[in-house]
Design a protein around this ligand. Structure first.
Ligand code: PMP
Length: 438
């Protein structure tokens, strides 16, 4: 009998025994193409020799040193490289162990920034209904995913949620994509006015929405308007690139494609590519200086922040990404989108195929014309996940609720090292899954 506490107590899972490039091989020898990198994690696949060597070298020197006493070379070098590549005025990096921790650090830093600045009433967070920012209580409270929030709601801080930028579901026929983006962005201004600008601390958003909406990119101009509104009211813009960052959408940071920069940026998954658990929060010089000239101490911290082995792994990942691997994402992503559209664009139950780079989502509907989703009780996304898994393809399923509509979708986030031949493997195995599901 297993003593591991699993995600699903009734699930019986194969044992992952080996990683080989884009594949995971289980104990029975069955091979799975990792079409979602778990949850958009394994951007370099599963057996990168440079990353594993960097981890071994670091452990041979020193595996761990507490940040209360020491800094380390990999943490310093990685922070320099990240800031060299980061947009806008981002200037400092705070290393944590994952995405939720990065979000918690972001929220607490935003709060402390306003306390140091003498604006103690600023504490309210605004986010979007279609969003997920992590499973710890602060991050969970920030996200708009009802299914995840509801059971825990009395425990959580109060957050306002405005509409997401979800063109497929939200744009009216009489408006352009641009006008739609402006309309939903303007909801931020309305909400700030309603709460009183002196009470609002931050607006939080994923540039390309991952787990709750299947690789949902914003329309052009949306984030520019969001940035304007934040600037106008002195509200911090926190971008959650935990899933969509680190080259996943074709640029190192997803927001690069929207022509804006945040005040605080969170990254994780692709940062360590799964070789080590690591996340990071980046903040501007202004925010850092408010702490530096104020109390001089960010009142936060976890035992494993700035973990040297995790930083060494992420440093090796970063060098590989910027040394050429990230450059593969945009062209390969375009080919994947074309192949998915070719294979499933006319499928009676496919409503939308979308995304950026190697971050692609397929939204499943019962009826294409009305965009009506399937009854959530059918669990279509789970059926598809299972059928794809049996066919040897890992894809990430999700059923998200937005304004009363539950949509099923599957997310694809394959390794950046994938080759052209893998595209056919993905579409063939997905086709098998679709046949089994419908
Ligand atoms: N933010 C986003 C956008 C995510 O997709 C996730 C994880 N799916 C998180 C935060 C939380 O990250 P973690 O699971 O590493 O805590």
């Amino acid at each position: 009998m297993s003593h591991v506490f699993p995600r699903h107590t009734k699930a019986s899972l194969p044992v992952a025994a080996k990683g080989d490039g884009c594949y995971i091989i289980d104990k029975s020898g069955k091979k799975y193409f990792d079409g979602s990198g778990g949850a958009a994690v394994s951007c370099l696949g599963h057996s990168d020799p440079d990353v594993t060597r960097a981890i071994k070298d670091q452990i041979d020197n020193i595996a761990f040193a507490h940040t209360g006493f020491f800094t380390t070379d990999p943490a310093e070098e990685l922070a320099d490289l990240l800031i060299g590549a980061a947009p806008g005025r981002l200037d400092r990096v705070y290393f944590v162990s994952g995405g939720s921790e990065a979000m918690e650090a972001a929220l607490k830093l935003a709060r402390q920034y306003f306390l140091e600045k003498g604006e103690p009433s600023r504490h309210r967070v605004i986010a979007r209904r279609q969003s997920y920012h992590g499973n710890t209580l602060g991050a969970l409270a920030t996200g708009g995913n009802q299914w995840r929030r509801e059971p825990f709601s009395p425990l959580m801080i109060e957050t306002s949620h405005i509409s997401p930028c979800f063109e497929y579901r939200g744009r009216r026929e009489d408006e352009t994509a641009y006008d739609y983006g402006q309309r939903v962005a303007n909801e931020l201004e309305t909400e700030i006015e309603r709460l009183g600008p002196e009470n609002v601390m931050a607006f939080v958003a994923e540039p390309v929405v991952g787990a709750t909406a299947g690789a949902l990119p914003p329309v052009e101009g949306y984030f520019k308007r969001i940035r304007e509104i934040c600037d106008r009211y002195g509200v911090l813009l926190i971008l959650d690139e935990v899933m969509c960052g680190m080259g996943r959408t074709g640029t190192l940071f997803a927001c690069d494609q929207d022509g804006i920069a945040p005040d605080i940026l969170c990254i994780a998954k692709g940062l360590g590519a799964g070789y080590q658990p690591i996340g990071a929060m980046l903040c501007t010089a202004d925010i850092y200086q408010a702490i530096e000239t104020g109390s001089g101490f960010f009142q936060h911290g976890h035992t494993y922040i700035g973990h040297p082995t995790a930083c060494a792994a992420a440093l090796a990942v970063f060098k590989k990404l910027t040394g050429g691997v990230a450059g593969r994402v945009m062209p390969m992503g375009d080919k994947l989108q074309a192949a998915l559209t070719d294979a499933f664009g006319q499928h009676p139950h496919v409503g939308d195929i979308r995304g950026r780079g190697l971050f692609r989502g397929i939204e499943i509907v019962e009826d294409r014309a009305s965009k009506a989703p399937f009854d959530p009780k059918r669990g279509v996304n789970k059926v598809l996940k299972k059928a794809a898994f049996e066919a040897g393809l890992i894809c990430y399923p999700m059923g998200g609720t937005i304004d009363g509509v539950t949509g099923d979708h599957i997310l694809l986030a394959p390794p950046f090292i994938m080759e052209d031949a893998h595209i056919g493997e993905i579409t063939d195995k997905l086709a098998t899954a679709f046949k089994a599901a419908f």
